[in-house]
Design a binder for this molecule. Structure first.
Ligand code: SAM
Ligand code: SF4
Length: 349
């Protein structure tokens, strides 16, 4: 194999010429919900605090990613990022080191009502809130917690603080909340949120994923089309996972109501255009959600490695990124597909 890194390479490029510019950092593995498609009912064996990256360590990795490796966007995730009490400190440190870097967070919004403003003031630029149902019973069935009101309060606080546009992530499961898709879209359009439907991936703690529970984007588009007219947006999708549609009202008045995104990770994987690099809460790089391989950057840092040594290890890890997470478009159902040990919550979705 030729050397992956000529001296002047400054990007996280892989063998298939994809360049990772979108960094997702998990700040904690713990969560206050137990979504059935993500975590087991009893939770997981949480990482001891000493194994989690500190605010300083997170800031250092982001600084290396941004200033040395071409990272252009940061998303904080988990577990549930709001479970970390020093989240504002993490954001403020990153912001001080990287003044122009967009910093977003994926959150379930439980507790956001008390922290939306302080997060904005610390330098957070955007929020993605996960919400799969507006019905309290279904919300509780899906998350195993009765916290819908808290999520809605968190969203109101995000609006009041001035986060806009807030994006909403919704995972649909057949027979559980798929019938709510049009209602979720109506609510999001009326509230000024950008809704993204994400296909359910085999990254659940219960290992109960089945293809027949996945609500595929093609079927979803058809069912939404009974209520709305959807037109693919004209601009190029680039490395974005969501296929975006302009939403128009059904009577055909031509009035645009907003947009919706469909993320078809299972039925139409977008691996060829992937721009993501992920770091887990204990500081390990994963080049792909479905990797079985990780590179431990935190141990390097704690052993006194220089920025350039850390950056070299990160580039090596990304160079080996697999071509795709399945063997073909239906890769997850192939015998050769092996679900990773880690759940979505432990990787950082
Ligand atoms: N706790 C935060 C939240 O729920 O927004 C952040 C972490 S969560 C792992 C990030 C995103 O992954 C959420 O939008 C969640 O719905 C999604 N997710 C979790 N498990 C998934 C799965 N098995 N398939 C598809 N999306 C999943
Ligand atoms: Fe927690 Fe997010 Fe996983 Fe739900 S999806 S259990 S909120 S980490």
């Amino acid at each position: 194999m030729t050397s992956p890194h000529p001296q002047r390479t400054v990007s996280l490029i892989d063998r298939f010429q994809r360049v990772a510019t979108d960094l997702r950092v998990s700040v904690i593995d713990k969560c206050n919900l137990r979504c059935t498609y993500c975590m087991p009912a009893d939770g997981l064996p949480w990482l001891p605090k000493a194994m989690l990256m500190t605010a300083d360590e997170i800031a250092r990795l982001v600084r290396i990613g941004h200033h040395q490796l071409g990272v252009k966007e940061l998303r904080l995730t988990g577990g549930e990022p709001l479970v970390r009490r020093d989240l504002e400190e993490i954001v403020a440190q990153v912001r001080a080191d990287c003044p122009t870097l967009p910093i977003s967070m994926t959150t379930n919004a439980v507790g956001l009502d008390r922290r939306a403003r302080s997060l904005l003031e610390a330098g957070m630029t955007r929020l993605n809130v996960s919400l799969d149902s507006l019905n309290p019973h279904t919300f509780q069935e899906l998350t195993r917690r009765p916290f819908l009101d808290q999520v809605l309060a968190g969203l109101r606080a995000a609006d009041a603080a001035g986060f806009a546009p807030v994006k909403i992530n919704a995972v649909l499961l057949h027979g559980v909340n798929d019938h709510e898709a049009p209602q979720l879209l109506e609510w999001a359009l009326e509230s000024g949120y950008e809704l993204r439907f994400i296909e359910h991936m085999p990254l659940d703690g219960d290992r109960a994923w089945r293809q027949d529970r996945v609500v595929g984007s093609a079927d979803l588009r058809e069912s939404l089309s009974r209520f709305y007219t959807l037109h693919p947006v004209s601009e190029s999708r680039g490395g974005a996972p969501a296929e975006l549609f302009d939403v128009f009202d059904r009577p055909g008045t031509g009035r645009s109501l907003g947009r919706v995104g469909l993320i078809s990770s299972v039925t139409e994987p977008f691996c060829a255009a992937c721009t993501r690099t992920r770091v887990t809460a204990e500081g390990r790089v994963r080049s792909c959600l479905f990797s079985h391989e990780e590179t431990d950057l935190l141990s390097l840092i704690r052993d006194g490695a220089t920025d350039s040594e850390v950056s070299h290890a990160w580039r090596d890890a990304m160079w080996r990124k697999p071509r795709a997470h399945g063997t073909d478009r239906a890769g997850f159902t192939r015998e050769s597909f092996v679900q990773p040990q880690r759940t979505m919550s432990a990787i950082g979705g």
